[in-house]
Design a protein around this ligand. Structure first.
Ligand SMILES: [Zn+2]
Length: 187
């Protein structure tokens, strides 16, 4: 017999329709109730049994972790990051289906007027997890930000020159929130 707040996996027997009313995340097979998803058992006062899904965050990620990812999209107020690995746990693959998000207020200290001045499409970034539930990331610290980028015009590698990035091939100059580890090949 399952109790309130216990974690169950799909197919776990929860009880019978004589004991409980069918809620969410539960299915009924000939009067027997089973969990249909991974989650936490919740039994209401009126004996409705539910399984509430466990928040879908990669199990090895925690707040404060530094992650490496790629900029997949840049919108007005957020940049979307597909997370590739966690610093210090590089050998473990991440099952992150949920992308990370860098809000315009978490890019750097000081005012940011346009996200496209700070990130480019497919840039490799290093960022810190500041909210695990929404996978919100920050690049405020000096070692965080873009660590590898390519020229938007000719796809050549960009090199750090002072506070900006320049293309060796076509001489284009681009701006980014550059990590102090830019181009070092280390994370
Ligand atoms: Zn170029």
């Amino acid at each position: 017999m399952w109790k309130d707040k216990e974690i169950v996996v799909p197919g776990d027997f929860l009880g019978t329709t004589e004991e409980f009313m069918l809620g969410r995340g539960v299915y009924d097979e000939e009067g027997n109730l089973y969990a249909s998803l991974l989650g936490v058992v919740n039994i209401s006062d009126r004996r409705v049994i539910n399984v509430q899904p466990v928040v879908e965050t990669p199990p090895m990620l925690a707040e404060g972790d530094v992650v490496i990812g790629r900029i997949e999209d840049i919108k007005d107020t957020v940049a979307i990051v597909s997370i590739a690995c966690v610093k210090g746990k590089e050998k473990r693959e991440i099952a992150a289906s949920t992308p990370g998000v860098i809000h315009i207020s978490n890019v750097k200290k000081g005012y940011v007027s346009e996200l496209k001045q700070e990130f480019g499409y497919l840039d490799v970034v290093k960022a810190r997890v500041i909210d695990i539930k929404t996978l919100r990331l920050s690049t405020e610290d000096r070692d965080l930000g873009v660590i590898k980028a390519m020229c938007m015009k000719c796809k050549g590698d960009l090199e750090k020159k002072g506070n900006v990035l320049t293309c060796e091939r076509c001489r284009r100059v681009e701006t980014r929130k550059i990590s102090e580890d830019y181009g070092k090949g280390v994370i």
